[in-house]
Design a binder for this molecule. Structure first.
Ligand code: ADP
Ligand code: MG
Length: 263
């Protein structure tokens, strides 16, 4: 009921309804509901153990929920029950995930990493590939431009800086044209300048893609955030714009206050 009041104009791309997941009797996710709009860039924050990674595992069918529903809303009212798809089908449905540590092919060039990623998803269409080479090349150049790695396209991925590797991996997701991109701590270990560029990159992707970004660095969250979801003990503790969340007493108590004390 509440949902129809909140989301009037922009259609949803993903609905998570009342999902719970236990590990050995411990409720890592507890009656979690979460709704992502098409083209939205959502930031998810929360203390260690809040269930952020498990949440992404559930969306990518790596983990099955014990209860609740997870639905991908495709065009023209086609809904996909993500509880019933296999993990390897998720990327074909248009959900891409970037893990925290970059997993690029170190001994391949930037260009070839993107080409491999582009071909990865093709499956039965691979036979059409030779006809598509020009379009592939255009796509790869478009992605390299977005991640600003055109000038190092021949460089082996293993020789890139940490930041560049992270961008390349975002590019590898982009090559597959995902509808939803799940990005786990993209700015971890980055310099301030790299962090800033990462924020610009993600902001540039919103609209064309829907994104869920897990992040700890509150300066970075401030840079990219429109709507922020705070997870705590497997549930949504607070959801709202950056300032609303930043000044919420409960959020300060369970997360931001502790974070400040760490530094
Ligand atoms: N496969 C698993 N088996 C057992 N416990 C798990 C498993 N995955 C996550 N957990 C537990 O679930 C809780 C949430 O973990 P996680 O989703 O990784 O939190 P976050 O990413 O927010 O730090 C933690 O207490 C963690 O130990
Ligand atoms: Mg985690």
């Amino acid at each position: 009921m509440v949902l129809s009041l909140i989301h009037k104009s922009t259609p949803l791309i993903l609905s998570v309804d009342g999902v719970s997941k236990s590990f050995d009797g411990f409720k890592a996710i507890n009656d979690l509901s979460f709704y992502l709009e098409e083209g939205e860039l959502r930031t998810v924050i929360g203390p260690n153990g809040a269930g952020k990674s498990t949440f992404m595992d559930l969306i990518t069918a790596r983990t099955r929920p014990d209860e609740g529903q997870i639905t991908l809303h495709l065009e023209e009212g086609h809904d996909v029950d993500l509880r019933r798809v296999r993990e390897h089908q998720v990327s074909q449905l248009g959900i891409g995930r970037k893990f925290q540590n970059p997993t690029v092919y170190a001994s391949h060039s930037v260009y070839d990493n993107l080409l491999l990623s582009l071909n990865n998803n093709r499956g039965i269409w691979a036979s059409l590939r030779f006809k598509e080479q020009k379009r592939d090349r255009e796509k790869i150049f478009e992605v390299m431009k977005a991640i600003r790695l055109q000038d190092v396209k021949g460089t082996l991925a293993g020789a890139l800086s940490h930041g560049q590797k992270q961008w390349l991996e975002i590019g590898m997701l982009l090559a597959q044209d995902p509808k939803i991109m799940l990005v786990d701590e993209p700015a971890a270990g980055m310099s301030d300048e790299e962090t800033d560029r990462t924020g610009e990159l993600l902001l540039g992707l919103a609209g064309k893609h829907s994104l869920i970004v897990i992040e700890h660095d509150m300066e970075f969250v401030r840079q990219i955030a429109s709507r922020v979801t705070v997870l705590h003990q497997g549930s949504v503790l607070k959801e709202g714009d950056f300032d609303t969340v930043r000044s919420d007493e409960k959020v300060v108590e369970v997360y931001l206050g502790r974070q400040a004390r760490k530094h």
